[in-house]
Design a protein around this ligand. Structure first.
Ligand SMILES: [Zn+2]
Ligand SMILES: [Zn+2]
Length: 263
């Protein structure tokens, strides 16, 4: 594990370390990633297929096993968790292939806080593949519209990007489903979720999200809301309520990874 962790750190360190605004570093990151694919992000060996992970590292990723049919909380059995039985969420289901554990947590942190696009792209590709396999297996249609979880404009400005938009763009390209970041907007700047206790995270003010300038796209649409990682689910619940109120027919949630509810 330590060797893999060291390999991951050194591989990621070789990439540019920030991604803020429109600058040369950002262009270089995108261009070099396009031109020089093929090394596994975790061990540095040849990836050898359409994703920057070798087969061994990909097989070693922490997969979501048995889980709640609605919120994807890991369970020991099939069915619906107590929390969803108590209070049924507004969204119909949560789809994700991975658990938020090493090395997924490290990849996601490098993507989100250091702007490592390659890490974000790999995780988005794994999610796209999971969705493709599910829709083919269950013969269910893809949604009409993908919507990234919005950041408050101040947070987006200071971070330089919204990681959920980058994931959504990749999913849209892979699955050929339209996306829009203007159907809904966040008007309250809530503190970063990972700094808060679970109780605090569950308190999302009712007026956090409102319709955006393209909210007419929501009319009768089957929507997939795209987030990076789900913890308590209070943000996606608040968003789902607003999307339904603004005319969406149904909302499902797509995530890069799922944190167990009790963590
Ligand atoms: Zn590898
Ligand atoms: Zn549940």
């Amino acid at each position: 594990m330590n060797t893999r962790k060291t390999a991951l750190h050194s591989t990621l360190k070789t990439l540019p370390d920030t991604y803020r605004g429109f600058n040369l570093k950002r262009i270089f990151t995108a261009a070099s990633y396009r031109l020089l694919p093929g090394a596994c992000l975790l061990c540095g060996l040849s990836a050898g297929h359409d994703i920057d992970l070798c087969s061994a590292c990909e097989q070693g990723l922490p997969r979501l096993g048995l889980h709640c049919d609605i919120c994807a909380n890991p369970l020991n059995t099939v069915g619906i968790c107590g929390r969803c039985l108590n209070q049924r969420p507004t969204f119909s289901t949560v789809q994700t292939p991975l658990l938020y554990q090493y090395p997924v947590d490290l990849l996601l942190q490098h993507f989100k806080f250091s702007g490592q696009l390659a890490a974000g792209k790999v995780l988005s590709q794994l999610l796209a593949r999971h969705i493709k396999e599910k829709t083919e297996r269950e013969k269910c249609p893809l949604p009409d519209l993908l919507i990234p979880v919005p950041l408050h404009w101040k947070k987006r400005f200071f971070r330089g990007f919204n990681q959920c938009e980058i994931i959504t763009r990749e999913l849209s390209a892979q699955l050929h489903v339209n996306y829009s970041r203007y159907t809904i907007k966040r008007i309250t700047n809530t503190p970063a979720q990972h700094h808060l206790s679970r109780k605090e995270r569950q308190r999302i003010p009712g007026n956090t999200f409102v319709a955006g300038r393209a909210s007419q796209l929501l009319h009768e649409a089957r929507v997939a809301l795209v987030d990076d990682v789900l913890t308590t689910g209070s943000t996606v619940e608040a968003l789902s309520r607003t999307l339904i109120k603004e005319g969406a027919k149904s909302v499902e949630v797509w995530l890069l990874a799922r944190t167990p509810l009790d963590n």
